[in-house]
Design a protein around this ligand. Structure first.
Ligand code: BEZ
Ligand code: FE
Length: 300
């Protein structure tokens, strides 16, 4: 076959896919070609625009290294990450809603005792974080692994300033007590712009968009027999709740960072200055397959 034109080229490419490795590969490749060709037909790019598009993707790739994943930022800012998340969490189970993981999760965060101060001495308003972890049936989950991480009061994560602060901070890994409870102290996080010094930042500017996320605390919670929960709790009243650059906000994930006077806090600690308290009760979806991999739940 030859002499393809704008009307015959799509079917010609489809025909070439018939020996794809398996049915899923065929489905994905065919959908990619169909949608890409439809995009080009709609946009009718000039050669200069097409080259600019290739150049944008090339620069996005060159910006990636072991500390920076510009393609994930691209996926996040185009709403693709949240779309993939929504498609993979369709069940109506009574479980905590999910949101993006983000680039600042660290695999082996320090293991901490319940009630520990994870601020690492960073300046800011003290924050008490308390929560409970339950199954979708409401039963408390003891021994669940809870990773907590968040930005500082200027909106920076520890991994963005390791040279200056020297160690991980504002993150920790906890195990829930016999009532499914988890608690720690830290500092109140601030809203922050996602890393926007690269191609995704230039794209946001060109699209007339700001790069900000509302203040939030990240949680990743794992328990045998349950789906791993990746979520955040966002600060109520934050100015960016309705314009989160990565489309991650859901009403059920907005929580009060309640202002409290100095005195005895909910965890029994006496604190000499005003602080804020964030509490959230999490519910995990059942997933019998996750019980098959207990390694993750072994003590460190
Ligand atoms: C975050 O919340 O850490 C995050 C999520 C998506 C992109 C950038 C940062
Ligand atoms: Fe974050």
């Amino acid at each position: 076959m030859r002499n393809f034109n704008e009307f015959t080229i799509t079917n010609a490419v489809m025909e070439r896919l018939k020996d794809a490795r398996d049915a899923r590969m065929h489905q994905i490749s065919a959908a990619l070609v169909r949608h890409l060709h439809a995009f080009v037909r709609e946009v009718e790019p000039t050669f200069a625009e097409w080259e600019a598009g290739i150049d944008f993707l090339t620069r996005t790739g060159h910006f990636c290294n072991d500390k920076r994943q510009e393609f994930i930022l691209l996926s996040d800012t185009l709403g693709v990450s949240m779309l993939v998340d929504a498609i993979n969490h369709r069940s109506a189970e009574a479980a905590t809603e999910t949101t993006v993981l983000g680039p600042f999760f660290v695999q082996h965060a320090p293991e901490c005792a319940l009630g520990a101060d994870i601020s690492g001495g960073m300046p800011g308003e003290p924050l008490l974080i308390t929560g409970s972890v339950r199954g979708s049936d409401g039963q408390p989950l003891a021994g669940a692994v809870v990773d907590i991480w968040h930005s500082d009061s200027d909106g920076y994560y520890d991994v963005q300033q390791l040279d200056e602060i020297g160690d991980l901070a504002m993150r920790g890994r906890f195990r829930t007590d016999e009532n499914g409870g988890v608690r720690c102290w830290s500092i109140r996080p601030a809203a922050y712009p996602i890393p926007h010094d690269g191609p995704v930042g230039r794209m946001l500017e060109a699209q007339g968009r700001h790069p900000w996320r509302p203040a939030h605390v990240h949680f990743m919670i794992a328990a045998p027999g349950h789906e791993k929960l990746v979520t955040h709790i966002f600060a109520s009243g934050d100015r960016y709740l309705d314009s989160d650059v990565v489309f991650g906000v859901k009403d059920s994930l907005i929580g009060a960072f309640a202002e409290k006077p100095a005195g005895q806090a909910a965890d029994g600690r006496v604190i000499r200055r005003p602080y804020c308290h964030l509490h959230h009760d999490f519910r995990l979806r059942p997933d019998p397959a996750s019980a098959a991999n207990p390694a993750e739940f072994a003590s460190a």
